[in-house]
Design a protein around this ligand. Structure first.
Ligand code: SF4
Ligand code: SF4
Length: 382
């Protein structure tokens, strides 16, 4: 274990790891005021900024791993401080220098992602098994769309239904799409936010080369995390392809008159904005447009929606960590959905799916509150 002297040396390593934005912080505390953690327990993000400025960061503190990178604070910071970059830099120092303590669950997922390219430690050659009986073809040069479902729908038995719904819709509408070979790896978004930069670089270069070698021009994704990193982070590493979230793609098919619904769904549906689709990438309208197009479906809103939506708690690598009961944001959301009289919580993110699924199960609400991805609802109503 290396020791970093406090004061300037510690600040310098955080700056070198990408923490440059911390210089702009003037300690107003607005970030702490809007951070969702303070709904369930104390978490002083302003203090994290100040300690990094002073070089007295406690690299052993669990606070290093608390931020869910939801961007609520960045959206409100009057100095435009990219707070998430500072958090990522502190984590990068811990991960690269071997100081501090990486939570056990995260350590295992990080090892799996680095070793076999997915957080579950599953065999890479099983990545496309979810589609086995659906007649989905392999992507070849000339195919219009590459569908990239994310590791969670590819491997998690409960979430496979998300990818299978997309394939069902695409098959029904005659979309020219395919799946890339099982050499594909995790997009790397969450592990980068958890400070594992070298792993991220390896994953990104693998995927970028794979896509380029197959002449991929358009990728449709189910995960806002894949969307974010493919669209905003891969280009600087050489990634050159268009990225479309499945909700954007389905909304455009509705506009073009190619996606029509034949069934009625008489349900009250509440939509939860994923941070990485909403605040990180300003996609708010398309998911709502799809839901409002389903006959009979009544769309209702959470008390805090769109830019103010409460995070599910799964960003920043936290999806791979344990969050104690009483501190889970998705539990709060389920309570809100019950109060609003919703029958279904509609989602557009596999990480949200995992968290909401666990919440309804642990809260004993699984019989009365459905957790569904928008693609599942579309597949059912089309
Ligand atoms: S809101 Fe911005 S300027 Fe204010 S304390 Fe937080 S990071 Fe610093
Ligand atoms: S990104 Fe979200 S969870 Fe992280 S400090 Fe900001 S408000 Fe809190």
């Amino acid at each position: 274990m290396k020791t970093i002297s406090p004061y300037k040396e510690a600040t310098d390593v955080i700056l070198e790891a990408g923490g440059e934005p911390l210089k702009l912080c003037y300690q107003c505390g607005l970030c702490t005021a809007v951070c969702p953690w303070n709904v369930v327990r104390s978490f002083l993000v302003r203090r994290i900024m100040h300690e990094a400025q002073l070089g007295v960061t406690d690299f052993d503190s669990e606070d290093v791993w608390t931020c869910a990178t939801c961007r609520a604070c960045v959206q409100r910071c009057p100095r435009g401080v990219e707070i998430i970059d500072v958090v990522r830099a502190v984590r990068r120092v811990v991960a690269s220098l071997g100081i501090g303590v990486v939570p056990d669950a995260l350590r295992i997922s990080a090892k799996n992602i680095a070793g076999v390219g997915n957080p579950f430690g599953e065999a890479p050659e099983k990545r496309n098994d979810w589609a086995k009986d659906l007649g989905v073809k392999e992507f070849v040069p000339g195919t219009e769309i590459l569908y990239f479902p994310c590791c969670v729908p590819s491997y998690d038995p409960d979430v496979k239904t998300v990818a299978r719904s997309v394939a069902t819709i695409f098959n029904k509408l005659g979309v020219d799409y395919g799946l890339i070979s099982t050499e594909a790896r995790c997009c790397g978004e969450s592990i980068r936010k958890a400070g594992h930069e070298d792993t991220f670089q390896n994953l990104a270069h693998n995927n970028i080369n794979l896509f380029a070698n197959n002449d991929v021009k358009t990728v449709v994704v189910s995960s806002p995390h894949c969307y974010h990193t493919f669209r905003n982070e891969y280009p600087e590493l050489g990634g050159k392809f268009e990225v479309i979230h499945i909700t954007q793609y389905l909304a455009s098919l509705i506009d073009e008159g190619k996606l029509k619904f034949s069934k009625t769904m008489n349900k009250k549906v509440i939509y939860s904005d994923p941070c990485y689709l909403g605040r990180h990438n300003n996609v708010y309208d398309e998911p709502r447009k799809i839901l409002q197009s389903i006959p009979g479906l009544e769309l209702i809103e959470f008390p805090d929606a769109r830019e103010n939506a409460l995070c599910c708690g799964g960003g920043g690598g936290r999806i791979w960590m344990d969050t104690p009961k009483g501190e889970r944001f998705s539990d709060i959301r389920v309570e809100q959905a019950v109060e609003k009289g919703a029958d279904i919580i509609a989602l557009a993110c596999p990480y949200c799916f995992l968290n909401y699924r666990d919440s309804v199960l642990s809260m004993g609400k699984a019989e009365t509150m459905q957790v569904r991805d928008i693609a599942e609802l579309v597949a059912e109503a089309v």
